[in-house]
Design a protein. Structure first.
Length: 451
């Protein structure tokens, strides 16, 4: 009995230590089993207390009265599947007649408390089926990306969502995006994760960094073009507009609109072209958009109008030509001048880190998800890297990118420098770099907290 007591004390102490220092290990070792049992045992009573049950069918009531049996209890949604994950549980429910997916979403906070989980979110899989994702611990406190993620062309895993799922930046689905964040909010780390994810892909990276290139020029070996001033940015954007026109002429010549060609083979963008003819897709990263929109003289105002007009054209027409925009900035408001709201309307993806003013949050989410505005301005200053991500569908969620140091990003860009395409239109803007070193500088050990 004494030995059993000692072993029990050691197990409890180990579980407590893991829960404090390594919550992911604790979840996989102990938490997932305890949580699954807790959900299964409490399920019926919790659903009844949360108002997620429906009265029994009339035929069951009539049968109970005829047989002189107790009246059947109200019925909760039926559990179709309970699947454990590395961060929580996934519960797939079949709704009863009269129930709606909104009922589950509205009760998510009550379900979180009742099942003693850290977070609960829900989404409708199809008519009558709802998926409830429950997280067992704060996955955004210490971001650990899964070792295996779905790989597709132009689809980059950049962050972890609050429900434990991976947040992808899919350029084929959401061509253009706006990323906002105040100083020291983690916006630069998010941008590094984008570059690190795009580096191994067959894509041309184009950067505009008006802070004299301090953010993007260390990654120059993987960039096909870089601009470090508004004047250079204006010339670079004009070159991209010219490239877009050339790509559209190529698509027109290769559309193959004849009676003997199937409709599915008719080309409407670069992804419909044969591999040997397909132009290299281009991702344009603008580090600080406000620097491109500010002006003090008439000459600078003309340059500013030229830049904004080129950005709007690329945002409106660039998707089919394989040109994708990633607009970043600390501040984004209508005071930046004409054309800014038109540019914003074309930026489907929206990501907002901690912001210093509500106006920028409204510019990011006010037109697509008003309830995300309050969430964006409530991000605490000590949670660097925490952000609100949404799109034009109105849905939004909290994300946090894993910490990637500048040295780690530079090493990745140097490793894949041979994949940097040489685009003739952008040759004047190709950054001049020294010969690559024989060995990479070792990366400093990453901090567990996200910067």
């Amino acid at each position: 009995m004494t030995a059993f007591t000692v072993v029990l004390v050691l197990v409890v102490a180990a579980a407590g230590l893991l829960r404090w220092r390594r919550p992911a290990w604790y979840w996989l070792a102990f938490g997932v089993t305890l949580a699954a049992l807790r959900v299964l045992v409490r399920y019926r009573s919790v659903m009844d207390a949360c108002g997620l049950t429906v009265p029994p069918a009339r035929w069951r009531l009539a049968l109970a009265r005829a047989a002189n049996r107790p009246i059947p209890e109200p019925r909760p949604p039926r559990i179709r599947r309970l699947r454990p994950t590395r961060t929580g549980l996934v519960l797939r429910l079949k709704l009863r007649p009269g129930q709606d997916a909104f009922d589950i979403a509205a009760a998510s906070d009550r379900l979180r408390h009742s099942f003693s989980m850290f977070g609960v979110t829900s989404r409708e899989v199809r008519s009558g089926v709802v998926e409830v994702r429950m997280t067992g611990y704060d996955v955004l406190k210490r971001v650990q990306m899964p070792t295996e993620t779905e790989t597709r062309p132009m689809r980059v895993p950049v962050a972890l969502r609050e429900d434990g799922a991976v947040h992808y930046r899919d350029y084929r689905a959401i061509p253009h995006a706006l990323t906002l964040g105040a100083t020291e909010s983690g916006k630069s780390v998010y941008q590094r994760n984008l570059v690190a994810g795009l580096a191994p892909m067959d894509v041309a990276l184009v950067g505009i960094d008006c802070k004299q290139g301090v953010e993007l020029f260390p990654l120059a070996r993987r960039f096909s073009a870089l601009a470090d001033s508004p004047d250079a940015a204006a010339e670079l954007l004009d070159a991209l507009v010219a490239r877009m026109a050339d790509v559209y002429r190529l698509i027109r010549t290769q559309q193959r609109i004849t009676v003997d060609v199937l409709d599915a083979e008719i080309a409407a963008d670069i992804w419909d072209l044969p591999d040997e003819l397909r132009p290299t897709p281009v991702v344009v990263l603008v580090d600080e958009v406000a620097e491109l929109a500010l002006y003090a003289t008439k000459e600078e105002e003309r340059r500013r109008d030229r830049i904004i007009t080129a950005l709007v054209r690329l945002a409106q027409l660039g998707r089919a030509a394989g040109i994708y925009l990633e607009i970043c900035g600390q501040r984004f408001g209508s005071e930046l001048g004409k054309g800014i709201t038109m540019l914003r309307a074309q930026l489907t993806g929206r990501t907002a880190h901690r912001l210093n003013d509500e106006t920028s949050a409204n510019m990011a989410f006010g037109d697509i998800a008003p309830d995300a505005v309050l969430a964006a301005i409530q991000i605490p200053a000590d949670m660097r890297g925490l952000a609100i991500a949404g799109d034009s569908s109105g849905g939004w969620h909290r994300i946090r990118a894993p910490h990637t140091s500048l040295r780690q990003a530079v090493n990745l860009c140097n490793r894949y420098a041979d994949r940097t395409p040489d685009l003739p239109e952008l040759a004047p803007f190709r950054p001049a770099v020294t010969a690559p070193a024989t060995a990479l500088v070792p990366s400093a050990k990453a901090s567990p907290a996200t910067a």
